[in-house]
Design a protein around this ligand. Structure first.
Ligand SMILES: CC(C)(COP(=O)(O)OP(=O)(O)OC[C@H]1O[C@@H](n2cnc3c(N)ncnc32)[C@H](O)[C@@H]1OP(=O)(O)O)[C@@H](O)C(=O)NCCC(=O)NCCS
Length: 182
């Protein structure tokens, strides 16, 4: 793989059953292992239990594979916060969506994350009419993610009471205007 990434060839396609082994591999390495799997690689059954309902439409979470020049590079998902009343960002949130994401380890640390987050918010999240803001809730110790979100135009709003997440927000008009340096 070349050192510089072809950022202009970025697209998001819906997650399929055939992607489950790929998710399992990604969740077993690097930052995704640390921040999503909490250090324990998931089994194929665990991956299917978590992601299959999202593919089948049994859970209101939309999963997408990020492709870069035709290669699978990461996973993004979005959902409406009103479908998850326990989400920490819900109080005061107005017609809001939430996102989560992880890159394949070989694509991390190369400047892709901020651009991909920006593109996902613009192309997937705010493509839904009536969604006015988007939230992310990185662990405060995950400095790379916090920084990537800032580069994508998100601003920190507050921390959860347990201080285990920073609640970060981008309003529709800022995302559509293309604020941020990513
Ligand atoms: C989080 C993630 C999407 C970021 O994407 P990325 O392409 O790796 O990010 P970048 O390489 O562009 O780095 C983002 C910024 O963080 C900075 N950074 C990297 N490591 C850092 C660290 N340990 N401390 C502080 N800043 C750090 C980079 O310098 C860069 O900032 P800059 O553009 O101002 O120089 C990606 O690393 C990832 O998938 N990580 C694992 C899963 C995860 O943490 N998901 C998010 C859960 S909320």
């Amino acid at each position: 793989m070349p050192d510089s990434l072809p950022f202009d060839g970025m697209r998001f396609r819906p997650l399929t059953v055939g992607d489950l082994p790929l998710l399992g591999r990604w969740l077993s390495h690097g930052g995704a292992l640390e921040w999503y799997s909490f250090g324990v690689p998931p089994t194929a059954e665990e991956v299917a239990r978590k992601y299959l309902p999202r593919i089948l439409g049994d859970e209101p979470v939309h999963g997408h594979i990020l492709e870069l020049a035709g290669a699978n590079a990461g996973y993004f998902q979005s959902y409406l916060l009103e479908d998850f009343p326990d989400h920490p960002a819900v109080p005061g949130a107005d017609r809001a969506a939430g996102i989560d994401f992880f890159l394949a380890e070989e694509y991390a640390g190369r400047g892709l994350g901020p651009r991909a987050i920006r593109a996902y918010v613009q192309e997937a999240v705010f493509a839904q009419p009536g969604v006015f803001e988007c939230w992310a809730d990185p662990d405060p110790r995950n400095l790379r993610s916090v920084r990537a979100l800032q580069r994508a135009g998100f601003s920190p709003v507050t921390k959860t009471a347990a201080e285990d997440a920073i609640l970060m927000r981008i309003p529709r008009d800022e995302a559509v205007r293309g604020r941020g340096a990513a």
